[in-house]
Design a protein. Structure first.
Length: 240
C-alpha cells in the first residue's frame, strides 16, 4: 500500500518517462508534489525503491526506472508535468493510469503530415561561437509534441554542467528562439558575443547569473549588457 504522496510521485515519474524518456529532476518532483524541500523527495523515492516500484539506474545522473504501477492507480493530485502534450501522450500510453483533465496540447510550430518536424541543427552549445556563426544545412527530425509556437532550432549539448537538470553530454537541446526569459528558465545565452552556453537564468542585484545544474561548476555572473538571450529550452532528445 502506497501513501498518497508516494502514489503521486510514482505516477509523475512514470508519466515523464513515458513522454520524454528522461527522469524528472528533484526540483521538478518537489514542485509537482508541493513539497517544501528536496529531502521529502528523497524519502519518497527511497520508500518506492524499498517497495520495488522503482529502481535507480547505476552510473547515470538522476536516472530512475519504474518497475511497476499500483494495481489500481487513483487519480493523482497536484502533479504537474511540464508539457500538457507530453503528459497526454504518457497517459495514452499507459492503460493502467487514470486519465486526468489536462487541457489541449499546443499545435506544432510547423504544419506537417509526417510524424516528425525538421528544425535547423546549428552546432554544439558552448562551442565558443555565437549562435549565428553556427548556421549549417543540417536538420534534426523532432516530434511535434516537443514544439510549440514560434521558431525553433537544435543544439548538441557539450559537457556536463547541466546534468542535475537531466541534460547530458551529447543530448540535443530543442530551443525556441527568444530574446527574453524569466528567472528560472533554462536558456541559451551568448556572452560577449563570443561564447554560447546553456544555463539557468537568474537575475540578482542588477547582475545576470547563469547557473549550472552541477555542484562541480560555479555560477557565472555578468553585467546585463554582456549577455544576450538566444532562446529558451523547450525539449530534449537523446540517443541510446
Amino acid at each position: 500500500m502506497l501513501t498518497r504522496k508516494q502514489h503521486d510521485l510514482l505516477i509523475f515519474i512514470h508519466q515523464r518517462l513515458e513522454a520524454t524518456g528522461i527522469s524528472p529532476s528533484f526540483e521538478e518532483m518537489k514542485e509537482a508534489l508541493g513539497l517544501k524541500s528536496k529531502s521529502g523527495v528523497h524519502r519518497l523515492i527511497n520508500a518506492l525503491v524499498e517497495r520495488n516500484f522503482i529502481r535507480r539506474l547505476p552510473n547515470r545522473a538522476r536516472a530512475l526506472e519504474v518497475l511497476r504501477l499500483p494495481d489500481a492507480a487513483a487519480p493523482s493530485r497536484g502533479v504537474k508535468p511540464q508539457l500538457a502534450s507530453d503528459r497526454d501522450a504518457a497517459i495514452a500510453a499507459a492503460d493502467n493510469v487514470v486519465r486526468g483533465t489536462f487541457g489541449k496540447p499546443k499545435a506544432p510550430a510547423v504544419a506537417t503530415t509526417a510524424s516528425f518536424v525538421e528544425i535547423p541543427l546549428h552546432g554544439r552549445v558552448a562551442a565558443g561561437q555565437p549562435i549565428e556563426a553556427l548556421e549549417s544545412d543540417r536538420q534534426l527530425a523532432v516530434p511535434p509534441a516537443l514544439l510549440g509556437p514560434g521558431q525553433h532550432f537544435a543544439l548538441e549539448v557539450s559537457g556536463d554542467s547541466m546534468v542535475e537538470a537531466g541534460i547530458l553530454d551529447g543530448d540535443y537541446a530543442i530551443i525556441r528562439k527568444a530574446d527574453h526569459a524569466l528567472d528560472g528558465d533554462i536558456i541559451v545565452a551568448l556572452v560577449d558575443d563570443e561564447e554560447a552556453t546553456l544555463k539557468r537564468l537568474r537575475r540578482k542585484e542588477g547582475k545576470v547569473r547563469l547557473e549550472p545544474a552541477n555542484a562541480a561548476y560555479k555560477t557565472q555572473v555578468y553585467e546585463p549588457k554582456r549577455v544576450r538571450i538566444q532562446g529558451k529550452l523547450v525539449g530534449l532528445m537523446r540517443r541510446y
